[in-house]
Structures are given as C-alpha cells and as structure tokens.
Ligand binder design. Structure first.
Ligand code: PMP
Length: 451
C-alpha cells in the first residue's frame, strides 16, 4: 500500500470511497491522511497539519500513543473477541473505571458509536416507564441546534433540520425547545433570566404535552456541533429540578464533552448535576477504537431486575464492548490520569481564553465562548446587527489556516444561517509549542481578514 503514488490513491479515493458528510464528488481536494503523531496529521503528499479538531473531537490523548497500540496488541493476542451476551475482563474493568470517572453508581451498557449509545438510552428510558400500572411514556425533549447522531432515533433527537432533509418521517415523539444561546438572547434580558426562561420552556412543554407522556430530556452539557453554546449554571440545575419534579429521566450526551474536554472528567460535572443516564463515545478511546457506552443509574437498572418480560431489555449489539476496544479505552483512561489531561484541558483552556481576549475588538468577532479546551468564535457581519458572517468569509479563514498548517472547525446550523462559529477542540495532550502555533496562526489569519 505504501508504494501507491499519492495521485493514484487520490483517484482511487474518488472512485471507490463515499466520504461522510461531504456532497458526492464535491471534494476533489480532500485529504488522504496517512500518518498522525501527537497533535499533528500528515497527508499522503507529505503536508503536515496541526489538527485542532482532534479528528472530529476524538483524539483527546493525541495521536500515535504507544500505550494504546500495546493494549490493543496484547488483547488481540489474549482474546480477540467475545460478545457481551456473556462477559469478559476488559469490559468489567472498564465499567468499573467509568464509575470512578462518573463519581456515582452506574451500570454500563456498551455499544460502538455515539448514535448507538443514544439509541440505547432512548430504549431503556421508554422501557423504564410504565411499570406497576403507571402510564407508558414515550416522548423526548431535546434542543434545537443540538446534534445527537445519525441513526433514526438519534437523528430525531437532533435539532438541526438540514440533517433531516430526505430522511423523514423520523421517529415520532421527539420534541425540541430553544437552546440557551445567551449571545442571541432577547434585548433587555440578563443572561440568568434568559437561561431560566429557556429551562422553563422545558417545563412548559412537559405540561402542555401531558406530563404522563414525557419519558426523557436529552442534552449535551454544552451544545458542541451546534456552535459551542454554554449554558449558565442556573440552567442545568433548573432542568435537573424540572426532570425530578415530573419523573422525567435526564439523559446527558457526553459524546464530545466527556473525557476531559470541558476541563472536568465529564461535562455535566461543571454544573453540579446528577444525570440519570450518561452517553459517551469518541474520547472514551481517544478515537483509537470504536466504542461507546450508556451509563445508567443503578437505581434505574434495579427496576429491570425482574424475571418478567417487562425487565428484559431486548437489545443486542455484536461488537458493542469489544474486548480490544475496552482494553484500549482502559489504557486511554489510565494514560489520561497519569498525564493529568483533564487538568491540562482546564489550564490550556484558560490560557486560550486569555490569549484570544484581544480578538473581542475585531469587528467581525461577535462572541468568544470557551470551557476547558473547547472554544467557539462566532463571526458576524457587524456587532450591532449580529447578522451571521457569510460562508465565503468563514471559508476564507478556514482555508488560510489550512494552507498554513492548521485545521480548525466550523459549526452551527446551516438552516437558520448560524453556521458561523469557528471551533477549536485540540488534543488535550498538545505541547506548549503546539498551543503557541494554534494561537498565533489563528490570530494572525483573523486579524488579516475583515469584512
Ligand atoms: N452525540 C454527539 C453530541 C455527537 O457530537 C455525535 C457525533 N459527532 C454523536 C452523538 C454521534 O456519534 P457517532 O458519530 O459516533 O454515532
């Protein structure tokens, strides 16, 4: 394979491979990534880039870690595969370790992807309700602009309509409410008032829909793919209170926010709440192997401990909790603990926020939001109207960063026009030199581009 010329490989790529997200054949210049080390990736033409998106928010511990390669190798030699219809050591030890990270009593159901983990959460939640003559509940509430995955249930929970076009009708019973986007709050409302108002929207929805029909609320601690929307402390606490009041399960999607990204082990730990269910993927193995998990509060799991049909959770996933994936995840979590990567996320994030402060005077930087080593920079035409900056402007910033060796992201929702948020989510293991490179290049490029 290594002898194939880069031109041939690119031709074969266009001929045989269906890339994710990109429109068919539209990306004649797409990268064929062939090597990765630390925070850096190299394409098959030898170009190097600092990957400040961690390969779609995955590679928290950085690329090329010997520890993960070793863990995979040892586990493949010892016992390459057995499904979790029975059990195996790596899954047991990982479930125990996840409990430590979650800092509470959870039982873990393993799957392969973030979408899978959310589907499991929805099915468990629906099945949990309706015992002892109580009504079956089937509806879920999530937020507009949030992304929860691409399978039919997870897509139904997603609040970005451009992702649903052509795939409807989706799963019934999924409702959406306004996200706590404080930058675009109504004039005259304080951030606290606006966040409380958004939380109360959920209570209102529960009441209007019929409280005996609402099974769960699903949300990320911070909306990531929808544009780094960070709620106020009051918001999350209020939602927890509302869920408890109406017997609605609170599902927290940690697929991106988990594993140190927001400066805590899990994003919800920033807000002092105790979710009923936590879903996670990506950073669980730092992207080295496919794996996801649905962590379910012990008290909820207890309700399934009955021999009746009711208690039988009818969900199998052949590769979910694959022993090699679990062994790699364990190595990843141990490595993160050894290198204090969660703490590093917090300190790098604080430094990043400080370094970026002077961009607030840039005429097209409307808002800079960050938590841990995760940042969104919202670009606008002008600060008074807050009208989103046009795609051509945002595209030119991203292209110039890439031409100079830096990959950054762009997030939001194309339908409402707010696809105008530059995103940074670099590996938590990045070096001080990497950090300086990101900051200096991004600032230079932004300062050179005004609308
Ligand atoms: N939830 C969130 C918050 C995500 O960002 C994603 C993927 N980006 C998913 C769920 C779905 O994960 P996967 O692509 O592994 O199915």
């Amino acid at each position: 394979i290594t002898n194939i010329s880069s031109k041939t490989l690119s031709e074969k790529d266009r001929k045989y491979l269906w890339h994710h997200i990109s429109p068919y054949n539209a990306k004649a210049d797409s990268m064929v990534v062939s090597k990765a080390d630390g925070a850096w990736i190299t394409d098959n033409k030898g170009n190097k880039y600092l990957d400040a998106m961690s390969g779609l928010w995955c590679v928290n511990a950085g690329y090329g870690r010997e520890e993960m390669a070793q863990a995979a190798y040892e586990q493949i030699k010892k016992m390459s595969f057995y499904p979790l219809t029975q059990s195996h050591e790596p899954a047991i030890l990982l479930a125990e370790k996840l409990n430590e990270w979650l800092d509470d009593d959870y039982v873990i159901f393993f799957s392969n992807s973030g979408s899978d983990a959310n589907e499991v959460a929805f099915k468990i939640t629906r099945q949990y309700h309706g015992q002892n003559g109580e009504p079956d509940r089937y509806k879920f509430i999530s937020r507009y602009r949030a992304y929860h995955g691409s399978s039919m249930g997870a897509l139904s929970a997603t609040g970005q309509s451009q992702r649903k076009y052509k795939y409807e009708p989706l799963v019934s019973g999924f409702l959406h409410v306004r996200p706590p986007d404080s930058y675009r709050r109504p004039e005259g409302q304080s951030i606290e008032e606006f966040n409380l108002h958004c939380a109360q929207d959920i209570e209102q929805k529960i009441i209007w829909e019929g409280k005996e029909t609402i099974a769960g609320v699903i949300m990320e601690p911070v909306i990531t793919g929808g544009g780094i929307i960070i709620p106020h402390q009051l918001y999350m606490k209020k939602i927890e209170e509302i869920c408890n009041k109406y017997g609605v399960l609170l599902i927290i999607d940690e697929v991106i926010c988990g594993f140190g990204r927001t400066g805590k082990k899990f994003g919800f730990q920033n807000f002092g709440i105790k979710p009923d269910i936590v879903t996670m993927a990506k950073g669980i193995t730092s992207g080295y192997m496919p794996l996801s998990a649905t962590a379910v509060k012990k008290s909820i799991y207890e309700k399934f401990k009955t021999s009746s049909e009711y208690g039988h959770f009818r969900h199998v996933n052949t590769f979910g909790g694959n022993p090699v994936s679990c062994a790699v995840a364990l190595a990843n979590l141990e490595l993160m603990e050894k290198e204090n990567l969660t703490e590093r996320s917090r300190t790098l994030g604080e430094r990043l926020a400080k370094e970026m402060e002077d961009l607030n005077s840039h005429p097209n930087v409307g808002d800079i939001r960050s938590i841990g080593f995760l940042m969104g920079i919202e670009l606008v035409k002008d600060k008074d109207s807050k009208e989103p900056a046009p795609p051509s402007y945002i595209g030119s910033i991203i292209s110039e960063c890439k031409a100079n060796g830096l990959i950054i992201g762009k997030n939001g929702d194309t339908v409402d026009g707010y696809n105008n948020i530059l995103t940074l989510s670099p590996p938590l293991s990045c070096t001080d030199e990497d950090f300086t490179f990101i900051v200096s290049l991004l600032k230079k490029v932004l300062k050179a581009h005004h609308l």
